[in-house]
Design a binder for this molecule. Sequence first.
Ligand code: ASP
Length: 339
Amino acid sequence: MKNIFIITLLLLFVSCHSEKEKQQPTFGIVIHGGAGTILKENMSDEMEKAYLKKLTEAITTGHAILKVGGTSQDAVEKTIHVMENSPLFNSGKGAVLTANETIALDASFMDGKTLNSGAIAGVKHVKNPISAAIKVMHNSPHVLLSGEGADQFAAEQNLETVPESYFITQRRIKALRRVQELETNKKTTRHSSDQLFYDNQRYGTVGCVALDLNGNLAAGTSTGGMTNKKWGRIGDAPIIGAGTYANNSSCGVSATGWGEFFIRSVVAHDIAALVEYKSLSVKEASKQVLQKVEDLGGDGGVVVMDAYGNVSMEFNTPGMYRAHMNSDGKLTVRIYDNE
Ligand code: ASP
């Protein structure tokens, strides 16, 4: 009898303890800088170092905000700024060009506590499109603004604006010319190096998911879209539920990849739905949804974090620029598959 009493007490202690552990506030941040045919053999040491350095700078910026009790919104915004301001990524400065040699930037943001969200598409003057998306969420009755109107709204919100030329780099001009050449000659068989180059020009978006000490998730994505895009094409990045989603009761998601397939598969919301309704882990949910994308013929990747700080960085391309930092400050920065 005495033994049973002691065992019951012990069990009670263990269950209270693990319950307490679960509830202990935690925070974390995960980012991507685009997925694609990123192969070590095609990357110079110098470029590799530059990417690793910038990813580290971006994620530590957000981590520092979260560590002192800042909001997940602030962490996502400031982290994405670092990548938008770097010509390495296809977002903000250094974004890919449209068929008319112009810039058309897309971005979105979602708050996991309120399910409020904001997005902009096809802007060419706001320096940091992610901030414009956040302003749409807070200061307009809308979710998605596009084109000139979106740029005008950003200016009215006193966000920094720049001439279109600020975003345009030589690297992207060259890439556009080559893609256009390859598209014109599409009937002739492409060499595999041409094909590789062509495929790679489609990608390079940046994104971030953060969990703050109050248990609030937020997700944001920012991109120039696809090289040589025409007719005002808009991808998944500014589409809530496709490229970006956040809900405290499931997870936050930011996607990168072939946008048309990510829209059709409603990737970000589908992952969150599997986590919420089927209690799948973020890793399992990401795998299942990326398989759906692959079955349709698309490719790309996602970064996902749930309300306990569990994280997934899944992709079905040879590489994805990515990084994760947890509340202990443990940093993971990776580029290729199987690292
Ligand atoms: N998903 C983006 C788009 O389709 C491209 C990318 O992620 O790089 O616009």
